[in-house]
Design a protein around this ligand. Structure first.
Ligand code: BG6
Ligand code: MG
Length: 216
């Protein structure tokens, strides 16, 4: 089999582990509003957009805010988050991630980024990986959040490969569902209990190889 012609990678949790920065910024915001925010709750926000994440946090804290206040809160969280990610270095790339993206490119497979984050470009610049993607689709380019397949379909379109020949790499269940909805194969990064719907689950891109990719 040689049907894989493009690989589409999620960013947070696949290429870099930014969950801890999101956690610190959301926790600071929650604490400022007078309630706590746990790591378990943060887990539930993986792959979830900034706006939706704030909605959930306000719900968990039983707090009601106007749309204008929500806008302000989301901006405040993002300012703290950007402050932290602006210090990111290439050594924060998850094990094997850069190598596997390069392996795909060397094999003539197109590579794309498909992330919900509006800060994707900044992170890619900080870790020196901008030039490793033929297409970069981030939160600024999509109107529908995962599990809607829009982000991955746009990536496939931009690299000129049919969805059936694309493989998505994702750490969030909503991302695996988006891949399935888009008619793509998927590899889950994390635990098989959570990501069982994927065609293959590995603990990180350091476990991937061209052989495993072509066997999907
Ligand atoms: C996803 C993260 O990649 O991006 C979520 O998993 C995050 O936790 C979302 O909320 C949006 O990110 P940003 O950088 O636009 O706030
Ligand atoms: Mg992710």
């Amino acid at each position: 089999m040689n049907s894989v012609k493009a690989c589409i990678f999620d960013l947070d949790g696949v290429i870099v582990d930014t969950a801890v920065y999101h956690y610190k910024a959301w926790k600071r915001l929650a604490n400022q509003m007078g309630f706590d925010f746990t790591e378990e709750q943060n887990e539930k926000l993986k792959g979830v957009s900034r706006t939706r994440s704030l909605e959930l946090i306000l719900q968990w804290g039983s707090v009601t805010k106007t749309d204008a206040e929500k806008e302000e809160l989301a901006t405040q969280k993002n300012t703290w988050y950007v402050d932290m990610i602006s210090h990111m270095k290439p050594d924060e790339i998850l094990p094997g991630a850069k190598e596997f993206v390069q392996t795909c490119r060397d094999a003539g497979i197109k590579t794309a980024l498909g992330s919900a984050s509006k800060n994707s470009m900044m992170i890619l610049e900080k870790i020196g990986m901008v030039n490793l993607f033929d297409a970069i689709i981030d939160g600024n380019k999509v109107s529908k959040a995962k599990p809607d397949p829009e982000v991955f379909l746009k990536g496939a379109e931009e690299v000129g490969i049919a969805p059936a020949n694309c493989v998505v790499f994702e750490d969030a269940i909503a991302g695996i569902e988006a891949a399935i909805a888009g008619g793509m194969k998927s590899v889950g990064i994390g635990s098989p209990e959570v990501l069982g719907e994927a065609n293959l689950v590995v603990s990180g891109l350091n476990e991937m190889s061209l052989e495993k990719l072509q066997a999907l």
